[in-house]
Design a protein around this ligand. Structure first.
Ligand SMILES: Nc1ncnc2c1ncn2[C@@H]1O[C@H](COP(=O)(O)OP(=O)(O)OP(=O)(O)O)[C@@H](O)[C@H]1O
Ligand SMILES: CC(=O)C(=O)O
Ligand SMILES: [K+]
Ligand SMILES: [Mg+2]
Length: 530
């Protein structure tokens, strides 16, 4: 059975799209929205880079992602892609050359999925991405995605990338530990309670219904099932079981959101300095708060953003409070489509995306974007990326002036935040009315950049920030082109320096009309580039 989801409906215009190249054969895609980033408000007036020191050469330069710069020069910055791309890295894409091809192709964030591979493998991917950034001038951020403890299949044994179940075949789902290779037509299950919780007659869904089985017999730790809807099973695919048409939430509903293995992975992510940690199967706001204080205590100098993955019934029930405490959200349609009826997924997506936009959180739409690419013959990852990059919806959305249709509620929690919010709302509106070429925002924390992104203005937003980590995290936000630049509190000199640096790189020209805002002065300036 094929899963079909809406890709980018206008009302759910994403801030970013993600390809998930993983196995040679399984690219998937996500898209993202604007983030409201809570950054340490204590970044001092002193200019710092990642290690707390400013390299002397940085003072005179401006850094921008090499692929973004090339795209801007090629298409002109009004046509530059606003929606960002997140790519899941797998065995077919982890080599230096493939990673570089993805970065050139527009990857903004590299995602590693802790469901698969060893920590050593993930470490080498993270380091390769960092090296690529340093050596080739990209600014690709890294997102670590936890495994979580919901029920899933194990690896398929040996090097088998997938297994095909045919109609009428009997397969054994077992909680026993086998040595690889597994006996024929045998699948291991990670959750010990599985064999006790299922009943004969239950329907077992692999990956939300990509393959279906009916339970016919239970023999101790083994559950025999007959295939009723054939298809391809990927390693570690999610498993759900249904009784009389309803999802069964037995003791598995009590499994912790963050397992003990996840905590070790999180420690690993903190040590490797990842930019985002995405938490699978979030059930409540509490777990996000817990993780955020854990990160704050352990990673004092860094600020890792926490993304709540919305992929369970429980997360839908507590949606608003989860999004409020998170730095962003992901509509994880693969697993969500396994927990709620498929036809409800587009409406859930719409709701999540709108809420994120209102609360100023970036939102990623993941999975089932270009499902046919799974069977694509060669280089599916790059072909997925190329198709996503075109994002015709963005052009249509601008032509239809959809940006004018959305009403954004006030979200500021202090008077100073209200000023920033009003400035950004006004600046975005002015930018649309005056048809300016670009919005410039000078921001230390990234917050004002996110407020502009939330308005989805018609023109691109050049976001200047003085730290590498803030710049990398701004990668996830719709319409932002993040630059790293050392700047002072004197806006006059910041603007003059920025103009000359950008002109020297051929990224703007005399006469371009821009609107500049900054969080140091809380000002709006409109001017032509001299
Ligand atoms: N590091 C990896 N090593 C091997 N295979 C991988 C790896 N990452 C992903 N894959 C394969 O690619 C498929 C798609 O990966 P992806 O991360 O998109 O899975 P997902 O099911 O959408 O995410 P999640 O596991 O978080 O629900 C996986 O089912 C798996 O077969
Ligand atoms: C991305 C993910 O976790 C999902 O679609 O289930
Ligand atoms: K995961
Ligand atoms: Mg998932």
């Amino acid at each position: 059975m094929a899963q079909a989801f809406h890709l980018l409906s206008p009302s759910s215009l994403p801030t970013a799209t993600i390809t998930k190249p993983s196995l040679t054969s399984s690219p998937r895609l996500l898209s993202v929205r604007p983030i409201r980033r809570r950054l340490p408000s204590a970044i001092s007036a002193v200019i710092v880079s990642d290690n707390g020191k400013t390299p002397p050469e940085a003072v005179a330069t401006i850094e921008v992602d090499a692929a973004t710069e090339a795209e801007m020069k090629e298409n002109g910055f009004r046509s530059t892609r606003r929606t960002k791309l997140v790519c899941t890295i797998g065995p077919a894409t982890c080599g230096e050359e493939q990673l570089e091809a993805l970065a050139v192709g527009g990857m903004n964030v590299a995602r590693i999925n802790m469901c698969h591979g060893t920590r050593e493998w993930h470490r080498s991917v993270i380091r390769s991405v960092r090296r690529l950034n340093e050596e080739k001038g990209f600014a690709v951020a890294v997102m670590m995605d936890t495994e979580g403890s919901e029920i899933h299949m194990g690896d398929l044994g040996g090097s088998a990338p997938s297994a095909r179940a045919e109609d009428g075949e009997v397969w054994t789902f077992s909680v026993r530990a086998f040595n690889s290779p597994l006996p024929e037509r045998t699948i291991t299950v990670n959750y010990d309670g599985f064999a006790e919780d299922v009943k004969v007659g239950d329907e077992l869904l692999v990956d939300g219904g990509m393959v279906r089985f009916e339970v016919i017999e239970k023999i101790g730790p083994d559950v025999k099932c007959i295939c009723t809807d054939p298809g391809l099973m990927l390693p570690r695919a999610n498993l759900t079981f249904w009784r009389e048409g309803s999802l069964v939430r037995e003791r598995n509903a009590m499994l912790p959101t963050i397992s003990s293995k996840d905590w070790l992975d999180i420690d690993f992510g903190i040590a490797e300095g990842v930019d985002f940690i995405a938490i699978s199967f979030v059930k409540s706001a509490e777990v996000i708060n817990h993780l955020k204080s854990y990160i704050a205590a352990r990673a004092r100098d860094s600020d890792i953003a926490v993304i709540a993955k919305i992929e369970s019934i429980d997360s839908l029930a507590n949606l608003e409070e989860i999004i409020r405490v998170s730095d962003g959200a992901m509509v994880a349609r693969g697993d969500l489509g396994a927990q709620i009826p498929l036809e409800q997924v587009p409406a859930a997506q719409q709701k999540i995306v709108q809420l994120c936009r209102q609360l100023n959180r970036p939102v990623i739409v993941a999975s089932q974007l270009l499902e046919s690419m799974i069977e694509y013959p060669t280089q599916p990852e790059l072909k997925s990326l190329t198709s996503l990059k075109r994002l015709r919806i963005e052009k249509w959305w601008r032509e239809e002036k959809r940006h004018e249709a959305v009403v954004l509620p006030d979200i500021a929690s202090s008077f100073s935040d209200s000023i920033s919010e009003e400035i950004c709302n006004s600046a975005a509106k002015m930018a649309n009315n005056l048809e300016v070429d670009a919005l410039f925002v000078f921001t230390k924390s990234g917050h004002m950049a996110s407020l502009l992104s939330r308005c989805r203005p018609d023109c691109p937003i050049f976001a200047f920030t003085n730290t590498t980590s803030v710049r990398r995290r701004l990668n996830l936000q719709w319409g932002l082109i993040p630059f790293r630049l050392t700047f002072s509190d004197d806006m006059e000199s910041n603007l003059n320096r920025t103009f000359s640096l950008l002109k020297a790189r051929g990224m703007i020209k005399s006469g371009d009309l821009i609107i500049a805002v900054s969080d140091m002065l809380q000002s709006i300036q409109v001017m032509n580039v001299p």
